[in-house]
Design a protein around this ligand. Structure first.
Ligand code: FE
Length: 238
């Protein structure tokens, strides 16, 4: 797994090995300010989807795709004023995965991943490339690697994503991890992009003894945000 450099700067095409941060040493924010805008700037999401579709259409090699896609995602999560509230709702029973956009040809999908306080995933894989951009709050990701006897063991230290940070996964750079809300008392939200219709992909969760359990995640929502009504969603000024 790789951490994409902050992307407010022009894309350099470079992917750097993520810096593992000791999460215990990092202060917990005192509060999480949830945007209250009644008119979210969904044009940001539309612009992102359009840019990403053009990038995927050009079929770049995976390192270039992750670097340039990571830059686009970094620009999206640099602002927290565009995600409609319906796709930012936590569920007390489990984390939520809301579909925001699915490419018509199944080449990519965009989801909001909403963590309730203290919620975490099992160890899991993705089987396709993925980009994770932190929008609100924070999350901790622990990579796992197979041991010689087939078990899963933590690989390196966990690292923390904060708003604006972008991480990457794929079968070629590291695909298995466990993720948790870094905050015990607040909702956190990350925006994910995957190289498939991720809710329909058969993949696996794992026990540390190596046992694999196939799953297909589906999505938490039944309807999608309307990001295509240009009369309601003009481009933001900044
Ligand atoms: Fe994941």
């Amino acid at each position: 797994m790789q951490k994409i450099p902050h992307t407010s700067a022009p894309d350099t095409g470079a992917i750097q090995r993520m810096n593992a941060l000791p999460t215990a040493a990092l202060p917990q924010p005192a509060s999480c300010a949830t945007p209250t805008s009644a008119a979210p700037h969904t044009a940001r999401l539309r612009h992102f989807v359009q840019q990403l579709a053009a990038l995927v259409e050009s079929t770049p090699p995976e390192p270039e795709l992750l670097a340039r896609g990571g830059a686009l995602l970094g620009a999206l999560v640099a602002h927290d004023d565009w995600l409609p509230a319906a796709f930012a709702q936590p569920n007390p029973d489990r984390y939520q995965q809301y579909l925001l956009h699915a490419d018509a040809l199944g080449r990519f999908s965009v989801v909001s991943f909403v963590w309730g306080p203290g919620q975490a995933t099992p160890i899991h894989d993705h089987t396709v490339w993925g980009l994770i951009g932190m929008l609100r709050g924070a999350e901790d990701s622990q990579a796992f690697a197979r041991t010689a006897d087939g078990r899963w063991a933590p690989e390196g230290a966990p690292h923390r994503l904060r708003p604006g940070d972008v991480d990457a996964v794929s079968p070629t750079i590291g695909d298995v991890h466990r993720v948790s809300n870094a905050w015990e008392g607040q909702t956190s939200i990350s925006i994910h992009v995957y190289g498939a219709n991720i809710g329909a992909v058969q993949r696996s969760v794992y026990l540390e003894d190596g046992t694999a359990k196939p799953f297909i995640s589906g999505y938490s929502n039944a309807t999608l945000p309307n990001i295509w009504d240009l009369s309601r969603n003009p481009a933001p000024s900044a």
